[in-house]
Design a protein around this ligand. Structure first.
Ligand code: NAD
Length: 259
């Protein structure tokens, strides 16, 4: 079967929501692939075809929307090489090597990678550059992220993206703090991962000075928050030149085409 959009990880929690939202956005035929199962997958808005072979029926220049697992990275790279696929990657937890391979693939095709597709988090990423003043003023920075009990990777990709946006991507990072010799060191950034029940996703950035604390919090009320940016990313990646893009590029492009 010919499909212009293939959702990878389609049987997963995110994959199902993403497939439904893409069908609602009427961007063309949507099919799915999931390493756990194939056949017809019952979704709220009707059955979704799950292919047995991810690349077999993939038409050239289709868009692959990946919400699966970093293990799927070689499959994404093959899809670029063999089918000139365009990529929208929502999966988190890639190793530096896997991320470098995706960047390399972006020399040949358009790739959007976003560790969070929600509008609110991406606006927060845009604003984060302004929060650097707190760091310049000597405030300590810590991030507390809370997610449901099924989340595999920690810290969350969004926590890492927030730190990068604050200019702390290469700062010494302490993930959790424990032990008799765990004194906070100057310049370090602490990240704390809470795994709890069904929490869709919550991130708090804390800036601590000698007499005051500033707290900035984003709370996803449900998983649908992470789907809002996916259809715009698909529209963008279809038109974009080869390159490695973020949701900020997608948002700028969408704002430009509204003017
Ligand atoms: P999940 O475990 O419910 O679903 C993942 C699905 O992918 C499963 O059905 C699994 O069988 C399938 N899968 C695993 N490896 C695969 C492979 N190599 N090829 C094909 N299918 C494979 O997980 P989830 O909660 O839906 O999250 C999926 C990913 O999306 C995670 O990396 C998560 O962190 C990320 N995520 C991203 C955002 C975002 O906005 N970018 C939001 C939420 C979750």
């Amino acid at each position: 079967m010919n499909g212009s959009i293939l959702v990878l990880g389609a049987a997963g929690r995110m994959g199902k929501l993403v497939a439904t939202s893409l069908r609602q956005a009427a961007l063309g035929p949507v099919a799915g692939y999931d390493r756990a199962t194939h056949g017809a997958l019952a979704l709220e808005d009707g059955p979704l075809e799950l292919w047995e072979d991810a690349l077999g029926a993939l038409a050239p220049e289709s868009v692959i929307v990946d919400f699966s697992h970093p293990d799927a990275t070689p499959l994404l790279l093959r899809a670029v090489q063999e089918r000139r696929a365009r990529l929208v990657v929502g999966t988190t937890g890639q190793s530096p090597e896997q991320m470098a391979a995706l960047r390399q693939a972006a020399a040949e095709t358009a790739v959007v990678v976003a560790r969070n597709f929600s509008l609110g988090v991406n606006r927060l990423l845009q604003l984060a550059a302004a929060f650097r003043v707190f760091i310049e003023d000597g405030f300590d920075v810590e991030c507390v992220e809370t997610h449901h009990r099924h989340k595999r990777d920690a810290p969350s990709g969004t926590a890492l993206a927030l730190l990068e946006a604050l200019g702390l991507g290469t700062a010494p990072r302490v993930d959790g703090r424990t032990g008799a010799d765990a004194l906070r060191q100057p310049g370090e950034v602490g990240v704390h991962s809470v795994r709890l029940g069904a929490v869709a996703g919550e991130h708090a950035l804390l800036f601590g000075g000698d007499h005051e604390v500033i707290e900035i919090r984003h709370r996803a009320l449900d998983r649908a928050a992470f789907v809002t940016g996916v259809a715009p990313a698909v529209r963008f990646v279809r038109r974009a030149k080869p390159g490695f893009y973020s949701m900020l590029d997608v948002m700028r492009d969408a704002a430009g085409s509204r003017q």
